[in-house]
Write a protein that binds this ligand. Structure first.
Ligand SMILES: [Zn+2]
Length: 184
């Protein structure tokens, strides 16, 4: 079921693990590495049972997240992604695919991390799955924060990552600005 605020793909939940009130992307939504691990399991990006990423792997995941955000934000806005961000992503995908296992069924090719694959490989393959979807033209960025989502709504479309997080606050801000214009 799609709940309000659901970005529509597990990899977008990974990209959206920031809680900044704006476009800064400086504050992570998770506190510890264990917390990060359970966030990714809940998001459906990784299966349960993997060990929590170490300090180095966590740093690599954050670098990957920010490169992924850069590329996806550009795609959503119809811009060409930055060279460095695109290259970071490309390098990560090529190296994960190098060790990945390929399986074939009536549904086509299924790519899974190799036997030594950890959290990082699962996240990379989830990003690859997202980026090769044919509905990526529905990708949007919240008007208020940096959260990304796939918008399958009709009409004017969804403007906020969620009403609870950004929609209501944006409306309150517009209201206050109007009030100031009237009383000021
Ligand atoms: Zn938002």
């Amino acid at each position: 079921m799609i709940t309000p605020g659901d970005p529509g793909h597990p990899a977008l939940r990974f990209i959206n693990t920031v809680v900044d009130d704006g476009k800064t992307r400086a504050r992570d939504s998770f506190g510890s590495r264990d917390d990060f691990l359970s966030t990714l399991v809940e998001a459906g990006v990784i299966p349960p049972g993997l060990s929590a990423p170490g300090t180095g792997q966590t740093a690599a995941l954050i670098t990957l997240r920010e490169a992924g955000y850069g590329v996806l934000s550009a795609i959503a806005a119809g811009r060409t992604p930055g060279r460095e961000e695109a290259l970071t992503l490309e390098t990560a995908m090529k190296s994960t695919l190098q060790d990945a296992g390929f399986g074939y069924s009536s549904r086509g090719l299924a790519i899974a991390p190799g036997p030594l694959g950890g959290v990082y490989d699962h996240v990379v393959l989830s990003l690859l799955d997202l980026m090769t979807r044919d509905d990526l033209d529905r990708l949007r960025e919240c008007k208020r924060c940096t959260h990304l989502f796939l918008d399958h709504g009709r009409g004017r479309g969804r403007r906020w990552c969620s009403m609870a997080r950004c929609g209501n606050r944006a409306k309150a801000e517009t209201f206050r600005t109007r009030q100031r214009a009237i009383t000021g």
